[in-house]
Design a protein around this ligand. Structure first.
Ligand SMILES: *Cc1c(COP(=O)(O)O)cnc(C)c1O
Length: 352
């Protein structure tokens, strides 16, 4: 049957009725890719799967939450939506806002958003406000604005975002016929780990899966508020999508960790960069730097002996690497050889 987005696919598990005006770009239904080359390279004795969320319509998992949040905003008759964003939320909100015919305001930290994400928000026609402050400050601003003015907040503190995002867990279980034993995921504002845990628990309660995964969340070391147990005032990492020092879903992330007997750890920028390059060169998958934190976390956890052999492991690759061409070029170390257009010169450049 023609796929019509995750609300139509999973409507039974979502807060919609037959009269809800579904705003969809046919998000979801993303590939779960078996990654044998990478598993071998990192010495893993388990089945490794990568959930490539970069193949969503705007290139990140944010579309899963945004189809729900904007659908519910439309149903409630909202005239405008607003979000704070490290980039992907703004791209997604702007796209779904355009589709719904709702005005979209986005607040971004000036200078810390990848070029592709900014270009998306511009093309989709959002009202873009770049503040001299980080994501955490931008989120404080939009929370206050949405309380005082008639504009709907579509950050992941909006519960409909979590509802949409939990469908990622449904898709993984539908594809594997069971839950994985381990679920590795980057942690920024911590909405996504919250959503996946909710999804797994709902499928468990329905009896569709018999076991639950250990939730393994990874922050960037320079922004590791949950790991350190305190708000980071000046979060740093080149993985800008997780450059967040005061995660909004902090307590829910800790609950996911504790209830699943999992872990929330952190990985250095160096290890994130290594995983980012390895994914591209061994599996042909270009994700964005923040996404690679899940794989960097797996490599670290495996070294620490936290990963049991013979299991199924899923790493969430949250966004598409094409959004951040500057980092791709910077970290690839590729050497582009320039020559004349003479065949002899081209052959020489090829090393023949
Ligand atoms: C938003 C985002 C994250 C972080 O997700 P949270 O729900 O904020 O923890 C990670 N990677 C990418 C690419 C993102 O866009």
């Amino acid at each position: 049957m023609y796929y019509q987005g995750l609300i139509n696919k999973y409507r039974k598990y979502l807060p919609v009725t037959d009269s809800t005006p579904v705003i969809t770009l046919n998000e979801g239904n993303t590939p779960l890719i078996k990654a044998d080359n990478l598993a071998k390279k990192i010495g893993l004795e388990s089945n490794l799967y990568l959930k490539f969320e970069g193949s969503n319509p705007t290139g990140s998992f944010k579309d899963r939450g945004m189809t729900m949040a904007v659908t519910k905003a439309k149903e409630a008759g909202a005239g405008a939506i607003i979000c704070a964003s490290t980039g992907n939320t703004s791209a997604s909100a702007a796209a779904y806002g355009a589709k719904a015919g709702i005005k979209t305001f986005v607040l971004i930290p000036d200078g810390y958003i990848a070029l592709g994400k900014l270009s998306q928000a511009m093309m989709y026609g959002a009202e873009i406000i770049a503040i001299q402050g980080n994501f955490d400050r931008a989120l404080e601003c939009v929370r206050e604005i949405s309380e005082k003015y008639p504009v709907t907040l579509v950050n992941s503190v909006n519960p409909f975002r979590i509802e949409g995002q939990k469908t990622g867990a449904f898709e993984i279980c539908d594809a594997l016929g069971k839950a994985p034993e381990y679920h590795f995921i980057p942690v920024g504002n911590a909405g996504n780990i919250t959503a996946y845990w909710k999804g797994y628990r709902e499928y468990f309660k329905e009896g569709i899966i018999k076991t639950l995964p250990k939730m393994m969340g990874y922050e960037a070391e320079g922004s590791a508020a949950i790991v350190r147990g305190e708000r980071i005032m000046n979060p740093e990492t080149f993985a800008t999508a997780i450059r967040i020092g005061n995660p909004a879903s902090w307590t829910q992330a800790e609950a996911a960790r504790d209830e699943s007997k999992g872990k929330i750890g952190c990985v250095t920028d160096e290890k994130i960069a290594e995983a980012y390059k390895m994914l591209a060169s061994t599996e042909g998958i270009l994700c964005e730097p923040a996404s690679a934190a899940s794989v960097a976390g797996l490599i670290q956890a495996n070294k620490e002996g936290l990963v049991e052999a013979g299991t199924d492991i899923v790493c969430i690759l949250t966004g598409n690497g094409l959004k951040d061409p500057d980092n791709a070029i910077k970290y690839s170390n590729a050497d582009v050889k320039k020559t004349s257009s003479e065949l002899d010169d081209v052959l020489r450049a090829m090393g023949i």
